[in-house]
Ligand binder design. Structure first.
Ligand SMILES: [Zn+2]
Length: 315
């Protein structure tokens, strides 16, 4: 009996090793393709990074956007331990200068790597909202701005600026003049997320909407006021695809063809399905890896994800 048991264990081990090998072979890694900049000229391209946390904090968001005329924008920069991922992506793309470094809101999973980026790269201008949040990460980032003499521009609703010669940026939120409540920043998570930057990049008939970590309260208010002006081909899904966000009025106003969630896991299957069922090509960086979305400004989008989906468990 003992011999039989040993044989069974051996057979099971062999099956397991074989399966893992087959899975590994099937899971093609297109990292080099996602971060191949050779086709970027004349196109607006966003690369939504897959960040891996090496700390207790969520990994967070970071997107590298390149304009048709070669300007570089980085929207958010994960927690401090994800700097290696952002640095690798920038180096693979051959980027040494970040013309526009944008903070959606000052939580650690969005500005965590700002200080490291500011010291390591040539930064044109940092763009942020008015919201201040006195944590060590925030102070490190403010110190880095001062020590490097990097200009900081505060964005608020109604602002517009050009990203290169052909891409217009519009800011829909937050409204100017933040009013802090008594006792701020105690219990401020929701307040800060609801004051995230909502920013739309438009190139011809194509557009990308960056929604930070907005919750449904702010989304509903913005959707009621701006309606169709929010319409965008590509959406950086608010708050990592969590159930706090992506209300129906907001999703319908945006009407995204491509929706990307940057997260460490599927935050909420319901939210994923809401996007997918509305016809959006929906990606989750923890499953699909880094995602590149590129357009010539004609309203059509080319998408390359780093990894293939195994099975259709999300449908
Ligand atoms: Zn976040």
């Amino acid at each position: 009996m003992e011999k039989l048991r040993k044989i069974s264990v051996l057979v099971l081990t062999l099956i397991l090793v074989f399966s893992v090998t087959v899975l590994a072979e099937e899971r093609v890694d297109r990292y080099d393709q996602v971060f191949d900049a050779s086709q970027d000229a004349g196109r607006l391209t966003a690369r939504f990074l897959r960040l891996t946390t090496r700390s207790d904090d969520k990994s967070g968001d970071s997107t590298i956007v390149t304009s048709p005329d070669g300007k570089v924008m980085v929207v958010d920069a994960g927690n401090p331990s994800t700097f290696v991922d952002i640095d690798k992506a920038l180096k693979t793309l051959g980027i040494t200068k970040i013309d526009y470094l944008v903070a959606s809101h000052p939580h650690v999973d969005h500005i965590g790597s700002f200080a490291q980026l500011i010291y390591a790269y040539n930064i044109g201008t940092v763009y942020a909202t008015e919201v201040e949040y006195p944590t060590s990460h925030y102070r490190n980032y403010m110190t880095a701005l001062e020590e490097t003499n990097t200009p900081l521009v505060i964005l608020a609703e109604g602002d517009t600026f050009m990203f290169g010669d052909q891409v217009m940026v519009e800011v829909f939120h937050p409204a100017p003049g933040i009013e802090y409540y008594e006792g701020y920043p105690d219990g401020s998570t929701q307040f800060i997320n609801n004051h995230s930057l909502l920013m739309k990049l438009t190139y011809g008939d194509s557009s990308f909407l960056f929604a930070g970590d907005l919750y449904t309260a702010a989304e509903r208010d913005i959707a009621a006021r701006y309606g169709d002006r929010l319409k965008s081909g590509v959406l950086k899904v608010p708050h990592h695809g969590a159930g706090t966000s992506s209300s129906r009025p907001f999703r319908e106003a945006v009407g995204a063809k491509v929706a990307v969630m940057m997260s460490d896991a599927i935050e909420e299957l319901r939210i994923y399905r809401n996007y997918a069922n509305s016809g959006a090509d929906t990606y989750i960086t923890s499953i699909d890896g880094a995602v590149m979305v590129s357009t010539a400004g004609d309203g059509e989008y080319t998408v390359v994800s780093q990894l293939d989906r195994i099975g259709s468990f999300l449908n």
